[in-house]
Design a protein around this ligand. Structure first.
Ligand code: MG
Length: 427
């Protein structure tokens, strides 16, 4: 069966990023997306490493004798991917701070799909009834939606919608959502990174894929085009596969789809973008989720996304981070050397930019150097990319970046007839 499954995949850098930090795997019956975080090409290493490792374990999932065995194998495969990303940065401190999402599927006989998921990439089931989200986002905003503090419409524009609460890489263990999903004849699976769902809503995912069901390559090409036409704010990756051939002709499916679109202003949106999947179809039958046993990690901000924490939210994040400190302390015990080599730019309480040494979590950093640079005087894009992102780098790189900001500011201010404050080493 797997040899004849129609599938297609596409990844694109988008319109605003310099690098594509997403990675894809589309080797039937194994399909996955990973969305790397880390900046300076580290995100690319994280996403590629996770999928390369996952790939080596996928056969164990496909060949498992039972669904339960397959789910257990899926969890082991994702944990192996986590270990690979985590250990790579213990070995090479220049990779410190990298992380990745993963949303992986292995299709087995009879429309049984084994899913493994960490982060805010997504898996959807698309049918003539619309799009049903099969994964939960591990993000601050999705947790607020699940707890009833935010509705889906607010979530779609929330400034922290890119902050994820679970990822592969930061810790030596991670809570994996692993489960069985059953799909019917003609249903499509769609896995994607958030660069697609940022711009294309659930209804459009379903209509676009079903309209181009006979040319899956064109379907994914069109989805990427739509995201780029609307700004392409992030890397865009999408993979679609039809595990069980439709039992009606393509023409009838398309007609039914158009009829539904014509008679109802929209197809049912079974799952609002950040809400848990509804039970309109088979739900995950087996879930392996050890959330309660693991401390929550510090939320990770996609470093070049333009949205950063409001001060109140920053304090709430800091409180959550206290839990994460225990994990980080353990990592720090192993990685003392990593700590000693880790520097990042930070905005101090007085609004000035400085360099801290250590990790940008809670109190696991000490001031290394101060400067007279006022954060609010920086170009917003520089401030977001270089200061607010808390990107880990070596000492020399950090000082070079600080010096570059000072020179830039000096140039700007001289143009205005003023001089900047000097960069001064901390006492
Ligand atoms: Mg992304």
């Amino acid at each position: 069966m797997s040899a004849t499954m129609p599938f297609a995949s596409r990844t694109d850098v988008g319109r605003r990023r310099e690098h594509n930090e997403d990675a894809l795997l589309a080797e039937s019956p194994v399909f996955a997306v990973a969305d790397g975080v880390g900046g300076s090409a580290k995100g690319e290493v994280a996403s590629r490493t996770s999928l390369d490792t996952f790939r080596t374990r996928a056969q164990e999932i496909a060949g498992a004798r039972s669904s339960g065995d397959a789910v257990a194998a899926m969890e082991r495969a994702v944990l192996a991917a986590n270990s690979a990303v985590h250990e790579a940065q213990l070995r090479d401190h220049t990779l410190g701070g990298m992380a990745t999402t993963i949303t992986a599927t292995v299709v087995r006989d009879g429309g049984e799909v084994i899913v493994g998921h960490v982060g805010d990439s997504r898996l959807y089931v698309l049918s003539a009834a619309g799009a049903r989200m099969a994964t939960e986002d591990h993000s601050v905003v999705a947790e607020l939606v699940r707890s009833g503090k935010l509705d889906a419409a607010e979530a779609a524009h929330h400034p922290q919608r890119n902050v994820i609460t679970r990822a592969l890489g930061p810790n030596d263990d991670v809570s994996v959502d692993a489960f069985v999903l059953h799909v019917g004849p003609g249903d499509w699976l769609l896995a994607c990174s958030d660069g697609l769902t940022e711009h294309v809503d659930d209804h459009e995912l379903a209509t676009t894929v079903l309209e181009h069901a006979r040319t899956p390559d064109r379907a994914v090409e069109r989805l990427v085009e739509m995201a780029n036409e609307r700004g392409g704010s992030d890397n865009i990756s999408v993979v679609i596969v039809q595990p069980v051939p439709s039992d009606v002709s393509g023409e009838l499916s398309i007609e039914a789809l158009h009829a539904a679109a014509a008679t109802t202003s929209q197809l049912p949106r079974v799952a609002p973008s950040d809400a848990p999947a509804e039970s309109s179809g088979p739900l995950p039958a087996v879930t392996s989720d050890t959330t309660d046993e693991l401390p929550e990690m510090e939320p990770i901000q996609h470093p070049e996304d333009g949205d950063f924490a409001h001060p109140h939210e920053a304090r709430r994040r800091a409180v959550r981070a206290v839990v994460a400190v225990l994990v980080v302390l353990a990592a720090a015990a192993i990685g003392g050397f990593v700590w000693s080599q880790s520097y990042f730019l930070v905005e101090r309480e007085d609004g000035r930019v400085g360099i801290n040494r250590g990790f940008p979590f809670a109190r696991l950093a000490t001031p290394h150097r101060s400067s007279g640079i006022a954060a609010h005087e920086l170009e917003p894009s520089d401030r977001e990319r270089l200061v607010d992102s808390h990107r880990i780098m070596g000492r020399e790189d950090a000082e070079r970046v600080l010096e570059g900001l000072r020179e830039q500011l000096e140039t700007d201010l001289q143009a205005d007839g003023e001089g900047p404050d000097d960069v001064a080493p901390s006492p």
